[in-house]
Design a protein around this ligand. Structure first.
Ligand code: SD4
Length: 329
């Protein structure tokens, strides 16, 4: 990670590329302010460049009057199934033992949720997470139990370690330096949030986690409230970056609660990033990006370092947007 940094006054970037209107309070408890944009705009947002592929699939569903839940699942599945991505699904970077282990979760507009963690040999963990939500009385299954459940649901076994990922891992083995460093090379979790034409929100988050992590390590991505949170009364949020830092502040749940308290999606994301920065003495290897979407389709994003971006798709837009950030390289 670069050493020379400039602390950027976030206000200078606050509105960059972001739909800034702030509709966020629970209508029941807090009547909307006159300046808020109250038209519900079907919207899909998702993290990083591969969000464009994901959003494209999601938008087809939103456009044809599908649900936000179907939209986010279908979107992130595209990225999970892309072997060229080294941070999600097939082709994901393995752990230090050379095994690809996946984490994912999904949440709907009724606060129903499902998650899997430490799941091996299944290409689309988000679909297993959805099945945990819909077919079991539980919220999370992990490891062998999650794998067995997926197989029982008819999902095929699949080797996830591609030749390319194996080569990269073998290269890493030469030094085997265990540096749980999150930077632009090894993090690209996909988190996706959608608001459908019925005014309902849903979200999904899926990852292979930190490259060359300790075996058994699980980050924020499958943890409801950390990597993802949805409350249909208010909004939704998802996170990417160093999972340990996100879990420590319950990043996504806090972003939603800040929106409930009246903050715009943009300000809510920034506040969570501020909290993470306050809790860490050394920010050297800690990148975190937050996305938020309120129930009207207003969006927000913020990150610790520059280079976090997200895909934004609406009726008239389909583009990558650079997130505001705190620290430039
Ligand atoms: C994790 N949050 O496992 C994930 C990694 C990530 O972009 O988001 N990478 O900690």
């Amino acid at each position: 990670m670069k050493t020379r940094r400039n602390f950027i006054k976030s206000s200078a970037f606050g509105a960059m590329g972001v739909i800034t209107t702030s509709a966020c309070s629970s209508e029941k408890n807090n009547p909307p302010r006159a300046t808020e944009n109250l038209v519900r705009k079907p919207t899909v947002i998702s993290t990083w460049n591969h969000g464009m592929q994901s959003n494209e699939a999601s938008w087809k569903i939103i456009e044809s009057n599908g649900t936000a839940l179907d939209a986010v699942e279908s979107g992130v599945r595209v990225v999970e199934s892309d072997p060229t991505g080294h941070s999600v699904g097939i082709g994901g970077a393995p752990d230090r033992d050379g095994k690809v282990t996946l984490d994912a979760c999904i949440m709907n507009h009724q606060n129903k949720c499902g998650a899997v963690a430490f799941l091996e040999n299944i290409e689309n963990p988000v679909t297993v997470a959805r099945k945990v939500m819909e077919e079991t009385p539980h919220v999370m299954l992990v490891g062998e139990g999650a794998y067995r459940f997926a197989r029982e649901q008819g999902i095929p076994h699949q080797n996830l370690l591609t030749a390319e990922s194996e080569k990269m891992w073998k290269e890493w083995l030469k030094t085997s330096q265990y540096e749980p460093e999150i930077n632009v090379e090894n993090h690209d979790t996909i988190g996706a949030l959608a608001l459908d034409r019925f005014g309902n929100l849903a979200g999904a988050c899926t990852t292979s986690g930190m490259a060359y992590k300790m075996r058994g390590r699980v980050g924020d991505s499958p943890i409801i409230g950390a990597g993802l949170f949805v409350d249909n009364e208010v909004g939704a949020a998802c996170a990417t970056g160093l999972g340990e830092a996100i879990v420590r502040v319950a990043g996504s749940a806090v972003a939603v609660e800040l929106m409930r308290a009246g903050k715009s999606p943009q300000d809510a994301c920034e506040e969570v990033i501020n909290r993470i920065m306050e809790k860490h003495d050394d920010l050297e290897n800690i990148q975190v990006g937050l996305l938020a979407l309120d129930k009207f389709g207003n969006v927000g994003a913020h990150s610790i370092y520059e280079n976090f971006n997200y895909a934004l798709t609406r009726q008239d837009r389909h583009e990558l947007v650079d997130s505001p950030f705190k620290i430039s390289y």
